[in-house]
Design a protein around this ligand. Structure first.
Ligand code: CA
Length: 239
């Protein structure tokens, strides 16, 4: 039997927590439940593969908790659970590094589907042990300065590995798949985040900003992504 995947649930309403623990448990996941941000952060160990995070918590906002989780584990998927379904909350949640957003009340089936989708994004992105031969093989991405690992979910730029959030990874994947082609924000939103609301387009700009700053950390002079102001982005073709 493979080890069950561990998920951290930070939720202060016991009825919702019970339902989540039960439905994910039915699917073979192991859920650690915390009812406060402090407790959640304390349980945030390396064994956790995904975080389900309520927005309104007794000791603060899940949005702030997400920033802290991002700081400690940049690539760990975070899915918000919230009663607030307004686009503004959704934008804020995605901008500060959340990977998905499930609005309460949600069906167990919807929740399980979202969890599986976000784990799929991530599953091939687990760092390979450094002594494994495959950890040393990187494939150049056609016509760009990026390289990918054989599983295709980790990127290197000019020889340095990028530590990306799942959303940044999906955006970059879409750009390098068609070097030189400008993808509009709405195309990127749909392909990378599975959203199609025009009001969410600025979340793409926010992800691009963090992606760019990670690229600049590697090479301050590099500008491998072209911006078409007010429209979209493209992976620049290398010379
Ligand atoms: Ca709550």
């Amino acid at each position: 039997m493979p080890e069950p995947l561990r998920i951290l649930l930070v939720e202060d309403e016991p009825a919702i927590a019970d339902a989540v623990v039960w439905s994910l448990g039915q699917e073979g996941f192991q859920v650690a439940w915390a009812s406060t941000i402090a407790d959640g952060l304390a349980r945030l160990s390396d064994g956790i593969r995904l975080v389900l995070l309520d927005v309104g918590l007794p000791d603060g906002s899940g949005l702030d908790a997400c920033r802290e989780i991002r700081r400690r584990h940049p690539a760990l998927p975070v899915v918000f659970l919230s009663a607030r379904g307004s686009e503004t909350d959704k934008v804020v949640g995605l901008e500060i590094g959340g990977d998905d957003y499930v609005v309460k009340p949600f069906s167990p089936r919807e929740l399980v589907a979202r969890v599986r989708a976000r784990l799929r994004d991530r599953s091939a992105g687990e760092p390979a042990p450094m002594d494994a031969p495959e950890a040393r093989i990187w494939n150049p991405c056609r016509e760009t300065e990026f390289e990918r690992d054989p599983a295709g979910r980790r990127f290197r730029f000019r020889g340095a590995e990028l530590v990306l959030t799942p959303a940044e990874t999906r955006i970059l994947e879409n750009l390098v798949a068609q070097p030189g082609r400008i993808l509009s924000r709405s195309e990127l939103l749909e392909r990378a985040l599975g959203e199609d609301s025009p009001s969410l387009e600025r979340t793409i700009d926010a992800h691009m900003k963090t992606l760019r700053s990670k690229l600049r950390d590697i090479a301050p002079d590099a500008d491998p992504i072209e911006t078409r102001r007010g429209f979209g982005y493209a992976a620049r073709r290398s010379a």
